[in-house]
Design a protein around this ligand. Structure first.
Ligand SMILES: [Zn+2]
Length: 460
């Protein structure tokens, strides 16, 4: 995928019908304002950084005034710290407010609801990526998040209504798979493959379904899509002749090798998205290869361990303020993810600021016996280059015990096992017990994600 890729816009009649009529009607019936929001976003993305910042500031003032007038939690907080929304003159003034974390949301779940919220939808993030959380989302936010996703889809020369394969596994979302949802999916030519059952036979079946559906876009976890791609290579099924334009991946860190695998097998570009149900649609990759922040709706701050804002370009925890979240405000919400802001402008010409080096969730990290926190990749590297190993999973049970599950066609010989133990101990500590277990296959997480590294140790 080069920065000079030109995307041909060959929109079919049906896609135009869906994108121009059916989806707007669907959104209208659900009382979402996503159609007008998207049209607005398609203009503002070309604005200068200064114009976008002014827009953020205006919306921030409005959000904070609303919070003071209608949200009990903020009314109390602002009174306690003597904060006046009208005193917000620059983005840095946001730092006068404390950070919001999951514990605070849990403790003030009712006081965080706006008194004049029209309709709140209850959500919870699965427990798979750390602490589970229950929170609420109002209609305005839904519209804005849908619009931001829709805009980013169109960056890649595809649109809602183009045939799509969705590889997803959240049992929560699949639970809502009622007949209405099925009809909606048929109308929008979106087909769901449940990612939590991925046996060899299932994988072959998935490939056949993809072939017969002939999607223009794929959507899913990078681990799941690369897993399917790898299987296609293994069984020698060709997948790069279907006209797939782009694979949208999200919810997990995207490793380079996964990007290459997906891109090679399906013969398409891979577009990374970053965000979550809780924090919103934070950033998305453009065809020039940069992650653009949905800056019209989301202010990103980068903070250090103590919550102090870091200078531009420095790496730290990503904190977001969602400007369309008046019904249940997310103001300075800690995502637990790591990244850095970048001042560069992008070749694509969009003024939306860039977010770089987004690093996985805290669960991507392991802790050595001496307390050193390191990225799970440090351990992944040891295993992934061994040809004898076809799949693996690392489970850090405690500071003293780490399990390594390995799938291999033949019994692992002792020199390899010893080498793995030695390398793991070199990183985690000499006294750590490394237990290697050869298994028939790696069970997928309940969420449908593949996690190469799971640590039960909390960094102190
Ligand atoms: Zn760009």
């Amino acid at each position: 995928m080069g920065s000079h890729t030109t995307l041909t816009r060959k929109k079919g009649v049906y896609t135009s019908l869906v994108s121009g009529l059916l989806f707007p009607i669907h959104e209208y019936l659900k009382r979402h304002g996503s159609v007008s929001a998207r049209k607005q976003l398609e203009k503002t993305q070309w604005w200068s950084r200064a114009q976008i910042e002014q827009l953020q500031l205006d919306r921030l003032q409005r959000l904070l005034s609303h919070a003071q007038a209608h949200v009990p939690y903020y009314r109390t907080l602002f009174a306690e710290i003597d904060f006046k929304p009208t005193a917000i003159k620059a983005m840095a003034d946001l730092q006068k407010l404390p950070l919001l974390d999951k514990a605070k949301i849990r403790n003030h779940i009712d006081a965080l609801k706006s008194e004049n919220a029209y309709k709140l939808a209850r959500f919870n993030t699965g427990g798979s990526s750390g602490e589970p959380l229950i929170f609420y989302i109002g209609n305005e936010r839904v519209s804005h998040d849908v619009a931001a996703k829709w805009r980013a889809t169109r960056w890649w020369g595809v649109d809602i209504g183009d045939p799509e394969i969705v590889v997803w596994g959240s049992p929560i979302e699949l639970g809502t798979q009622d007949s209405l949802r099925a009809l909606r999916d048929r109308l929008f030519r979106s087909k769901l493959l449940p990612a939590f059952e991925m046996s060899e036979q299932k994988l072959t079946l998935f490939l056949q379904e993809i072939r017969s559906h002939r999607p223009r876009m794929l959507f899913g976890y990078p681990s799941a899509l690369s897993h399917i791609a790898h299987h296609a290579d293994k069984v020698g099924m060709r997948m790069d002749d279907l006209g797939i334009q782009v694979a949208f991946v999200t919810s997990e860190r995207l490793y380079d090798e996964q990007r290459q695998q997906i891109s090679k097998t399906f013969g398409c570009a891979v577009a990374n998205g970053y965000g979550g149900r809780d924090a919103g649609f934070i950033a998305h990759e453009c065809p020039a290869g940069n992650m653009h922040i949905t800056a019209e709706d989301i202010i990103v701050e980068i903070v250090d361990r103590d919550g102090a804002v870091l200078p531009m370009g420095e790496s730290g925890e990503i904190v977001i303020t969602h400007l369309a979240s008046g019904d249940f405000p997310f103001i300075r919400y800690r995502t637990g993810d790591i990244g850095r802001l970048d001042n560069e402008s992008c070749e694509c010409g969009r003024g939306l600021p860039l977010l770089k080096e987004i690093q996985g969730r805290t669960t991507d990290f392991v802790v050595a016996q001496d307390g050193t926190v390191m990225h799970g990749l440090a351990l992944i590297y040891i295993l992934r280059n061994l040809p004898q190993i076809s799949a693996f999973k690392i489970l850090q049970e405690s500071l003293d015990l780490t399990r390594v599950w390995i799938v291999s066609e033949n019994t692992l010989d002792s020199t390899i096992s010893e080498m793995i133990k030695h390398e793991f101990q070199a990183r985690l500590g000499k006294a750590v017990n490394i237990v290697i277990e050869q298994v028939a296959d790696i069970p997928v997480e309940r969420s449908g994600k593949f996690r190469y590294v799971v640590s039960k140790v909390t960094p102190s």
